[in-house]
Ligand binder design. Structure first.
Ligand code: BDR
Ligand code: CA
Length: 338
């Protein structure tokens, strides 16, 4: 069984990752903690509660963490993920409540109760993880492992020419997290899913249609030329949610000349955490630029030991997008059929 603690900034691709995890046998979500990023942290929490209720899984704890980055003002990106953070999807207001516990307490209580058994998965800025590491420097040893979506080592960034979104929102937190892992045992180092691997996970309208059809729902045609088609007509609530969220994300990617597709960054990280995505990796020492106005938020990886510093990350170098989509279609259609 894979036991996961999630820290997220839901977010369209965070949402797809959550739906995938909820549908994956042998995977349990211990709790979901929320950070500010794509949208404000409160909205992130509401989105997670609503997604859990959509899937009949209201019992999972959803807690708030920091509502701002460690040292800089919060910038959110509604133009990427929609005003509420899940594109055109509109979910009923959740009946459940945000936990009274802080994200840091949720993580520390969980790993102290179950040392070495829980894998952390962070698909938003690293603010909450940095705070948890300040409170418990042994956190890496108490976790079984850690998977992070963030950074850009070989690609242009998606936020500045050199910076990826999650790292750019809170580069000071990212710097602290990587520093905290320097010199730890290799199996405890974070597995880092950066843009050069996650931008290969290009979801197309055909993938969305495949989910609908495998779920036994009517074909779901996301048509880039249909200005009125912003809401799915599907009577399957899960298919409609996925389709309405992804249509918005595809329109966003098209705006930036990436085509009518959606990069499912966080879905890939989730599959790395469950062990369902194959990949190759290499050790590196990662550091983050927090001073220069020109390269603020850039992640730099020393893979050749030039800095004479111990490795602090396992950077994914190869992945298999087709295999990711095979699993995605299977799991999301199972979820929609439930
Ligand atoms: C990351 O930034 C966010 O917008 C996405 O949810 C993903 O986690 C990609 O850079
Ligand atoms: Ca995210």
């Amino acid at each position: 069984r894979t036991r996961l603690l999630l820290d997220v900034d839901t977010g369209i691709d965070d949402a797809v990752a959550l739906l995938y995890l909820l549908a994956t046998p042998g995977t349990s979500i211990e709790a979901i903690t929320c950070t500010a990023g794509n949208v404000g942290a409160q909205q992130v929490a509401i989105n997670n509660l609503a997604l859990l209720e959509l899937c009949g899984r209201a019992g999972i704890e959803v807690a708030l963490g920091s509502e701002v980055p460690l040292e800089i003002p919060l910038v959110t990106t509604e133009e990427t993920h929609g005003d509420q953070g899940i594109g055109y999807a509109v979910l009923p207001s959740p009946r459940g409540h945000i936990s009274s516990r802080h994200a840091v307490d949720v993580w520390l209580d969980a790993v102290r109760c179950h040392p070495g058994q829980i894998t952390g998965l962070v698909t938003g800025p690293l603010t909450n993880l940095a705070l948890a590491l300040r409170a418990e420097p042994d956190l890496p040893m108490l976790l079984k492992g850690l998977v992070i979506m963030g950074g850009a080592f070989h690609h242009p960034g998606n936020t500045t020419p050199v910076a990826e979104w999650n790292t750019h929102v809170d580069p000071h937190a990212a710097k602290e997290v990587f520093a905290a892992y320097e010199g730890l045992p290799l199996e405890k180092l974070p597995v880092v899913c950066a843009l050069e691997t996650t931008e290969r996970i290009e979801c197309t309208p055909a993938h969305v249609d495949a989910v609908a059809q495998a779920a036994g729902a009517a074909p779901e045609v996301l048509d880039p030329d249909d200005p009125d088609g912003t809401r799915s007509g599907s009577d399957n609530a899960v298919v409609a949610c996925i389709s309405d969220a992804l249509r918005f994300y595809m329109e966003f990617h098209r705006l930036y000349d990436q085509g009518y597709i959606a990069h499912l960054h966080d879905l890939f990280a989730a599959m790395v955490a469950t062990g369902e995505a194959g990949f190759e990796e290499r050790l590196a020492t990662v550091d983050v630029e927090t001073e220069s106005p020109l390269t603020f938020g850039q992640t730099v990886a020393d893979v050749a030991g030039m800095w004479k510093r111990a490795p602090n990350a396992r950077i994914i170098t190869r992945n298999d997008p087709a295999a990711v989509f095979d699993v995605m279609v299977r799991r999301l259609s199972d979820l929609a059929r439930m």
